[in-house]
Design a protein around this ligand. Structure first.
Ligand code: PLP
Length: 365
């Protein structure tokens, strides 16, 4: 075993990798364009066949009147919340303390829009109806992130979602869905995208997570809301003269992968079981409810890294490209299942997990 190899280097060199759809290289774009007619006219500032047809397609799938293509979910969601706040004249929204807007967007909502977030629930659990009914201040909008990524991709029961939605409608509180991974949760809920979205006034979905495009997002809602969101998209500089590289690739990978979500979900369950059968490993949630979950190693990060590098080198199976430290005795990483997992031969996978289990057991002594 080479002493100096980092975990990411060892992962990249592994013959098989269990995560995602594969390398984020330019081949992703080349494949999407391989059969596109070169004479196809580009979209221009939000108009044209390419963008309009895709927006209509996505609005239909999400069961909303209209939708708009955004370069990023970050831009789309801040705008959605701004619109709901302006409409009610109250610059307050509620969401989970670990949602994307709160921890990954450099306070865009506060700095750009002066919107005050009210944080619901504890960091390590999902928002429940009583968190919403207990809000003391008047709010314009409640944002729910499904699945709640930073706690392993957990989901509330569908009946809880229905109750929250009914409560918000009765109180004139808009309900917005951060559905970055909406398609990935449908097999668990056994619902269509339109059924889930019918509980929400506005919805954002990502085109580069389970779908595996290059970048991009869709914001959907009623016609009036979408009209306003296009004005804000321009104000934010999101109205790129041409967005077709993102749209064509989004549509290409959407068509390829939308029917694979059930497989990814089942495979996540199978893989979580393998992890949980190993010494000093626990997955969160124990039974995944989408294609994602977190893997917690109950050993120091440095030790786990060395064990993983050895496993990759000896078995050729890459399990984790990175680890994050929880504390001195625990580390974790995020699993997202895509096309790669099913390409790993089962006997190779089992061999690598047998070795991982043995080495973790040894290290725990
Ligand atoms: C739950 C969630 N919401 C929103 C976003 C923002 O998406 P984007 O990278 O398109 O801005 C992400 C991206 O990781 C996400 O995971």
């Amino acid at each position: 075993m080479s002493e100096k190899k980092t975990l990411i280097e060892a992962y990249k060199e592994a013959n098989y990798k269990i995560l995602g759809h594969g390398a984020r290289d330019v081949q992703t774009l080349q494949d999407a364009f391989s059969e596109v007619d070169g004479n196809l006219e580009s979209d221009i500032y939000g108009t044209g066949k390419i963008i309009e047809e895709f927006q209509e397609k996505m609005a239909n799938i999400l069961g909303k009147e209209a939708s708009v293509f955004f370069p990023s979910g970050t831009m789309a969601q801040q705008i959605a919340l701004r619109i709901w706040c302006d409409e009610k004249g109250i610059k307050k929204v509620a969401y989970h303390p670990l949602c994307h807007l709160e921890i990954h967007e450099e306070d865009g909502l506060k700095e750009l829009h002066q919107i005050e977030p009210i944080l619901l629930a504890d960091k390590d659990r999902l928002i429940r109806l009583e968190d919403v009914t207990n809000i003391q201040k008047d709010i314009s909008c409640l944002l729910l992130e499904l699945p709640q990524r930073e706690i392993g991709g957990q989901l509330p029961k569908y009946s809880m979602l229905e109750q929250i939605s009914t409560y918000c409608r009765e109180r004139n509180i808009k309900l917005h869905l951060d559905g970055a991974r909406l398609f990935e949760i449908l097999p668990y809920y056994e619902k269509t995208a339109a059924e889930v979205c019918s509980l929400f006034d506005s919805v954002y979905i990502s085109l580069y997570k389970g779908i595996g495009g290059i970048a991009g997002a869709i914001l959907a809602g009623d016609k009036e809301f979408i009209k306003k969101s296009k004005v804000w998209k321009r104000r934010h500089g999101g109205d790129l003269i041409s967005l077709y590289p993102y749209i064509i690739s989004s549509d290409y990978y959407f068509n390829q992968r939308i029917n694979k979500m059930e497989d990814y979900y089942k495979e996540a369950g199978e893989l979580a079981k393998l992890f949980n059968s190993c010494h000093a490993i626990k997955t969160k949630p124990e039974l995944p409810v989408s294609n994602m979950f977190h893997v917690h190693f109950l050993l120091p990060k440095k030790e786990v890294e060395q064990i993983l590098i050895k496993v990759y080198e000896e078995t050729g199976v890459g399990i984790a490209p990175y680890l994050r430290e929880m504390n001195e005795k625990e580390c974790y990483y995020e699993v997202s299942i895509g096309d790669m997992y099913s390409k790993v031969p089962k006997d190779e996978l089992n061999k690598s997990f047998a070795m991982l289990d043995k080495d973790l057991q040894q290290a725990s002594k």
